[in-house]
Design a protein around this ligand. Structure first.
Ligand SMILES: [Ca+2]
Ligand SMILES: [Ca+2]
Length: 86
């Protein structure tokens, strides 16, 4: 399943988001899609921004995480972006 033209962007995007290269996107890594900086400590815990961010990440994860194991794999990410089975 290697289509350079088609897969290239997804993999690049995924790898960019997958900061620790474990092939899964966690909540923190998903946050970077929303423009948050995961390396920045979340000082305003409980603040409105944090709450909005958390609920957006939760919603996003729910829609990407097809098997519901709480982690977004590259395949799940790819399926969401390309809308077909891996
Ligand atoms: Ca990761
Ligand atoms: Ca999953």
């Amino acid at each position: 399943m290697r289509d350079k033209n088609h897969d290239g962007d997804t993999h690049k995007f995924f790898d960019h988001l997958d900061d620790d290269d474990d092939e899964h996107l966690t909540d923190v890594e998903l946050m970077t899609i929303l423009g948050a900086d995961p390396k920045k400590p979340r000082e305003n815990k409980g603040g409105m921004f944090t709450k909005i961010m958390d609920s957006m990440v939760a919603g996003m994860k729910k829609s990407i995480d097809a098997d519901g194991d709480g982690k977004v794999t590259k395949t799940e990410f790819h399926n969401l972006l390309h809308g077909d089975e891996a």
